[in-house]
Design a protein around this ligand. Sequence first.
Ligand SMILES: Nc1ncnc2c1ncn2[C@@H]1O[C@H](COP(=O)(O)OP(=O)(O)O)[C@@H](O)[C@H]1O
Ligand SMILES: N[C@@H](CC(=O)OP(=O)(O)O)C(=O)O
Length: 450
Amino acid sequence: MKVVKFGGSSLASGTQVEKVCHIVASDSERRIVIVSAPGKRFADDLKVTDMLISCAERALHGEDTSKLVDAIIERYQRIAEELKLSYTIIARITDDLNTLLKGDQSNPVAFTEALKASGEDNNAKLIAAVFQHKGMEASYVSPQEAGLLVSSDPGNAQALPEAYEQLSNLKNHAGIIVFPGFFGINKAGEVVTFSRSGSDITGSILANAVKADLYENFTDVDAVYTVNPHIVKNPKEIRELTYREMRELSYGGFSVFHDEALIPAFRAGIPVNVKNTNNPEAPGTRIVSARKNTNGPLVGIASDDGFCSIYVGKYLMNREVGFGRKILLILEDYGLSFEHVPSGIDDLTVIVRQDQMNDEIEATIVRRIKEELHADEIHVEHDQALIMLVGEGMRQEVGTAARASTALAKAGINIEMINQGSSETSMMFGVRENVEEKAVQALYEEFFAQ
Ligand SMILES: Nc1ncnc2c1ncn2[C@@H]1O[C@H](COP(=O)(O)OP(=O)(O)O)[C@@H](O)[C@H]1O
Ligand SMILES: N[C@@H](CC(=O)OP(=O)(O)O)C(=O)O
């Protein structure tokens, strides 16, 4: 049995949905289909999820939402019209949206979560109707009836262990299941979403639960490329990589596959195949437990921006028991999670995502570290980018760090920080955001261009 996920780009229009129908109908093993909400049809288009978030914000501010609601319904309606579906399904979606908007706003977060998730939920109903219209035996199944139980962590839900057993019953379901991605239900019966792009996570959870032979993740590119195609034109494709490599690359900025989506598939040893809805014949990229190292030290180079580093220096820091913990406790007081902590003898740097802090929080943290920990020096650098060099082959090969730093030096790029993961499958370089692309291009030239 195959579990198949189609991303927003694969479901953005009637033409795209038609391709999805062919893909599902062409292989009887494709039995569980996870769908995202309709995504962008062109570069400046809006994703339905973003429209729903704006809609919830407007409603909570008591503003008129009618234009936005019309625009959202229109996205579904266009797909239905292109595929010659009756109006019944659109009437159902319209009703659902209006009911949600008229719902209880006393808990703004729960109200927003339900609206956000409706993008996927209504699309699953629509796609099930499309499949049925095409004569395929298919039905919509909701996360509630299937038992996709998740934690109560809005916008960051985690599947609960007991969800897997309940979801395993899906393998006995007759016909094709169309299942909405991106959200589950908490123990109180409320909708809770995964983090953004989280339909990939739903697919992986379901693949694990039914012990699928394969999890196919359909998107709009032929493969996972060695580098973000927006930074390097026509980059080399990756044929095969390990779960660990993909997790590091996704975390590092490869938005093509959600980093949290690797874990459930990895735990059950289910291979993942990233494929193109617009070119389903292409082999795509396989993510597996182990691979032969035939392509040099690196498999890919990812990058992401929006980081800031908090440098703390104190003479004899190395002797002071609990110093690192005390810094992290101060960050915890403001709900900040940290990404990395490269350290020296008398100093350490805590790297955090910048969007978690405002000026006030930053000033308070700096003051507290100075006063409570008696730091000699503390400064905060904003607008940092992190570049991740990833590859299991690094373990066997000497000189990767030297090659990378020479390539960056030749391109005139100052390295602000270097960090190597203990697994030796990744190496990280911190640079200023304004040279991120130049740095990635220089590293790509060094490791992949020949
Ligand atoms: N290394 C990479 N390889 C392939 N695609 C990448 C990579 N890095 C970033 N991307 C981007 O990821 C996009 C696909 O992800 P996404 O837009 O979330 O798709 P979907 O709508 O199918 O979920 C690609 O169109 C591409 O622009
Ligand atoms: N629609 C949700 C979830 C998702 O996975 O979407 P996509 O497959 O378009 O990345 C989002 O935009 O976050």
